[in-house]
Write a protein that binds this ligand. Structure first.
Ligand code: DAH
Length: 357
């Protein structure tokens, strides 16, 4: 038997290899394994028969047998791995989430329900309130020279009040001469210069826009934020006119229950100056974390135009006087919609955005 078997060794080995290749699943391979390489396999039978052989023939047959077993074992292992990989791929394919498709569908849904951001909506509402009060709307650049952002506003270089505005400088021209505007007040300067050049005083305008400060964002501050500036240049303007405009604005934008108060303040471009606060809408004045338990939220500043500013733009301070104010649009959105944290305005969390669609 030993001789006859060994004659067939190559053929039998090929049969085993074919059987392995023909196993279509891991299960089939596992079931076939005992008959391929197990105790009852042809290879095992041959192995047993070796004992009856002459030493020389046994050595030779043993080597051939070992080689066959090695080929069968390695074919078995290869087949097992490739079947396992096929299985894994099948599972992955079945479980695959087509994210590309999901994103496209979401974008389409969002486009269908698209709407301006809460800040944009707030800006428009604020403009409407002021337009109803007789103001026009103007805009100015976000990148300004030091002159517009500071000097013309009576803030000379190295003036201590520059510390009020943590400034981003733009790498253009001489160092520290071009800035991202830290407030919308420079737009006042543009407007007054234009009015002087076109001889079109008086001015009653509001100027909304984006501003930048080197600030760490927190519940009430963003490094990129929005202000709306107001400017009135007319004859015989008084502080009472300013206070009246602020209070009418507060009532028409925030509705009943919210009032304004002016507290003495300091701004280089107005004299006298005041800080403009409104009732905290989150606690209705009772005091809460957002208003630091004062019941009031500071919206911005205001005051009567400083003579130095009128002089800088060439307006005759004997004839003309006026007032200005500037406050945060994002802060208005926060108060109007009772947001405890202003950062929600820029995080673009759909759960937030959907509430204002
Ligand atoms: N520009 C000031 C700021 O951002 C706010 C401000 C104060 C604007 C007084 C004014 C003003 O027009 O008169 O802090």
């Amino acid at each position: 038997m030993a001789d006859r078997s060994l004659e067939n060794l190559d053929e039998e080995t090929r049969k085993l290899l074919d059987a392995i290749a023909a196993s279509e699943t891991l299960e089939a391979l596992r079931d076939a394994e005992p008959s391929l390489v197990g105790k009852r396999s042809v290879l095992a039978a041959w192995q047993k028969s070796l004992g009856a052989m002459e030493p020389e023939a046994r050595r030779e047959a043993g080597t051939r047998l070992q080689e066959s077993r090695r080929r069968v074992q390695s074919a078995l292992e290869d087949r097992r791995q490739s079947l396992a990989k096929e299985d894994r791929d099948r599972v992955l394919l079945a479980d695959r989430l087509d994210l590309g498709d999901v994103v496209v569908r979401d974008v389409r849904a969002a486009l269908g329900a698209g709407h301006p951001s809460l800040v944009a909506v707030t800006q428009r509402e604020l403009e409407d309130v002021f337009v109803a009060m007789g103001f026009t709307v103007a805009e100015g650049p976000e990148v300004e020279t030091d002159w517009f952002n500071f000097e013309a506003l009576n803030i000379p270089p190295a003036h201590p009040s520059r510390g009020l505005w943590d400034t981003f400088y733009v790498d253009l021209g001489e160092p520290e001469t071009v800035v991202l505007r830290t407030h919308t007040s420079p737009t006042q300067i543009h407007l007054m210069e234009e009015a002087v050049a076109s001889d079109s005083l008086p001015i009653h305008s509001v100027m909304p826009g984006r501003c930048y400060r080197r600030d760490s964002p927190d519940a009430r501050h963003l490094a990129t934020f929005h202000q709306i500036e107001g400017l009135v240049v007319d004859e015989s303007m008084t502080f009472a006119d300013l206070a009246g405009v602020i209070e009418s604005f507060t009532r028409s934008y925030f509705g009943s229950g919210v009032t304004s108060r002016l507290r003495p303040g300091y701004f280089p471009f107005t004299e006298p100056s005041a800080e403009f606060e409104v009732t905290c809408t989150l606690c209705r004045g009772a005091g809460c974390r957002t208003c630091s338990h004062t019941g009031w939220i500071e919206l911005g500043g205001c005051g009567m135009l400083d003579q130095a500013v009128l002089e800088a733009v060439g307006i005759d301070g004997e004839r003309w006087s006026g007032f200005a104010f500037g406050f945060g649009i994002d802060r208005c959105a926060q108060m109007r919609h009772e947001l405890t944290d202003m950062r929600a305005l820029v995080e673009n969390d759909v759960r937030f955005l959907e509430q204002f669609s």
